[in-house]
Design a protein around this ligand. Sequence first.
Ligand code: SF4
Ligand code: SF4
Length: 358
Amino acid sequence: MEYRRLGKTELQVSALGIGALKYGSVTQETASEIVKAAHQNGINYIDTARGYGESEIRLGHALKKLRLRDRFYLSSKIINRDFKQFQQDFETILSNLQTDYLDILFIHDVSTRENWDKVRSNGILDYVQELRSKGRIRHIGVSTHDCGIGEEIIRTGIFEAAMLAYNPTNLEAEDTLFPLCAAMDLGVIVMKPLGGGVLSEERSRQMGFSVTAEECLKFAMSSPYVSTVIPGLDKAEYLNIALHAVNSYIDMTEENRRAVIAKVDIKVKNYCRGCGYCRPCPQGIPIPDVLKYWNRWEVFGGVDWSQMHRITEEYTKEVPDSGTPDHCISCGACTKKCPFNLPIPKLMETAAKNLRRY
Ligand code: SF4
Ligand code: SF4
């Protein structure tokens, strides 16, 4: 196993960690077996969250029974923005994990301005710093899905580690937050290396991608900015794939990385490039905007709930009620102009049936 410095935390974390999102839905026996096998193979970092159901409880039992608490760096995350609830959540985490300290406490999913304003104004930042000074947590981290807000958060200098989504379908952090984290010495932990399940073997096949889970893991591990990658390892076979990736990622040359991106990029069905040649629509539908959200929904729908929530929110804000796809009358004016021959009226019909609004 390779170990890497996690930024200014100075923790030496294994390049492969465990994302325990699904531990609430596996048996205690399975959770314990995976934790044991992970330890035997040199993995030393596990991440969970207060919002992951029974995950913390399963991990707490496993670590206690196997007497492995001090062999892992443990992190959990809190999404509550109410100060009192945040405090209660922290106590619940320690109790669930059967430990008296956390290696990293993350403020979970700070991805909108409203959310960040609440974190800043509700006393949460002072509280986490107080927890650190008392030794109840060792380090403070933040997870975000938004590079704009993420930049502002990271520049405060309060955080020591950032948990960021990164995979061949989501490269946004690569040119923005990764270099900023490096400049400010924040450790980067990659979440969603398989696109929140989109690039898992089965789903990848359904989507018509030829990319494998192992390639996606190697892709994330081979970024020079990344300290550790935390796929959801809730089955022994996933652990084996991930271990194979970490032991062979060195083969992932720049050329191979580009090839992995291309496998995903060109296979999105009816992918709208946003060129706008199809405009204007006589019915007032902002076609590229609708298709932008529809393409994202096709990738994440039914798989990644946080992305679905975000798509619904942004789609409702950006596309007015007067421009929703159910206004399409199939006049065909747009299809003649689309250089990629997208079946726009058909896509409008499908989007109207499936894209959710608030
Ligand atoms: S087919 Fe539908 S989306 Fe295209 S221009 Fe006509 S009304 Fe607008
Ligand atoms: S012309 Fe085609 S690819 Fe371009 S924005 Fe319209 S639908 Fe999308």
